[in-house]
Design a protein around this ligand. Sequence first.
Ligand code: ATP
Ligand code: MG
Length: 429
Amino acid sequence: MRTPINEVTPETGRAEVAGWVHEIRDLGGLTFFLIRDRTGIIQVTVVKKKASEAVLQAAKAVSRESVVRISGAVKPIDKAPGGRELTPETFEIVSPCESPLPLDVVEKVPADLDTRLDARFLDVRKPRVAAIFKIRSAVTAATYEFFSKRGYYNITSPKVVAAATEGGTELFPIAYFEKEAFLNQSPQLYKQMMMAAGFEKVFEVGPIFRAEEHNTVRHLNEATSIDVEVSFADHNDVMKVLEDLVSHQYATVAETCSDALADLGVEFEVPKAPFPRIPYADAIDIAAKKIDEPIAYGDDLSTPSERAIGEEMGEHYFIVDWPSAIRPYYAMPYEDDPSICKAFDMMHPRMELSSGAQRVHQYDLLVEQIKAKGLSPESFEFYLQPFRYGMPPHAGWGMGMERLIMTMLGLQNIREAVLFPRDRHRVVP
Ligand code: ATP
Ligand code: MG
C-alpha cells in the first residue's frame, strides 16, 4: 500500500508514503510538512505556485497528527531529514486529527508522566517513547530465542489461583463464581510442579500481580516476569543461566536496536558474565559502613542499603547465602549450616532485578519449612502432592522485565517501561 519512509532514498525517483503529519511549517509561498511513520520521517514540500489545486486544498486543510497518504517525486536535498524530500502530486487526508491535541507529540512542552499515560497512544507516537517498546520487544524475542536454543519448554501457568505463593498479603482477590480466588503473584509453585512432571527445563514470560500498597518508581501492580526452573540443578547452575541471559539480552539490543538507542540517547556496556557474587553478610557490612540507619544481620535490605551496596559494586552482581529466616519456605538451606540458604538476588546497582534459589525438593523438609513460616500445609496440598511422587532436585529464578528495561535504559520510573501501567491509582486506559 505504501513505501516505508526509511526505504525512500534520494535515488528512489517516485514514492508513495503514508503516515502521520509530524510538523507543519507554513512560509507563505512554501509549506513544509514532516510526515512520520514507524520507520522514520520525510519532508514533503508544497510550492504554492507549482502544486495542483487538490494538493493545495489538502495541504491547507490538514492538521498535525492526521493520517495522510502522499505520492510524488523524490529528490535529493541536503537540509532535509534523510537527505531527500517528496514533492506531492497527490495528497490525501486519510483520517483527520482533532485539535487541540491532548498531548503534544513533538514535545515542545514536556508533559508530566500522568498526562502522558492518560493519552498513551499519542505519547507512544513520539519516536523517543516508541524506542523503549522497540527495545522491549527485542528483549522479549532475545529471551525466547535464548531458551529455545537451550532446549527449554515454554510454559503458561494459570493466573487465576486459589492460594498465595508465599502466603503474603500482596494478593488481589477476584470474584470467581462462588469460590475464593486471586490473581497469581508468581508462577513459582506451577513451574516447580512441572519439575515433578519431568519437563526438566521450563521458562515463562508472563504477568504477575502484586497488591503492593505503596506507589514507588520501581513497583507495578501488574508486572511481567521472566521465570525459569531447571531440574538436576542447584543455585549456582541457574545463576549462570541468569547472567548469560542478561548478557545476551543486552548484546541483542546493542546489535539490533542502534536506532532506538540513539533516539533515547542511551549507550551501555554489555554486562559480562560471570557477575561478582557477594555473601549477604558482606553486603550488609558494606551498607552499614555507608549509611546512617542501623542494620542488623537478618534484616531485609532497605532501599538505601540496596543503593549503597550497588554504588560500591558498580555493575550487575549477585547477593548469595541469605539467612534462611528472610527467604521463602521453598529455599534450600545449606546442609552444613541451615541458618543460611541457597538463595540469591541478582542486582543492578540501582535495584533488585531477580530472586532465585535452589528449592527444597524433600517433602518432609518442605512441610516443616512451611509450618515454620506460620503457614498451613493443608492449603498447599495441590503443590505438596507432587513432592510425594518423585520430585527431582531443582532450582530457578524470576526476573522482572520492566526493571530489566528500566535499568538498561536508565528510565526514572518503571511506568515508562509499560505501555499501560497498572498502579494504585490507574486502571485506565
Ligand atoms: P522488591 O523487594 O524489590 O519489591 P520482591 O523481592 O518482592 O521485590 P520477588 O518476589 O523476588 O520481588 O520477584 C522477583 C522479581 O520480580 C523482582 O526481583 C522484580 O524484578 C520483579 N518484581 C516483583 N514485584 C514487582 C513489582 N511489584 N513491580 C515490578 N517488578 C516486580
Ligand atoms: Mg526478591
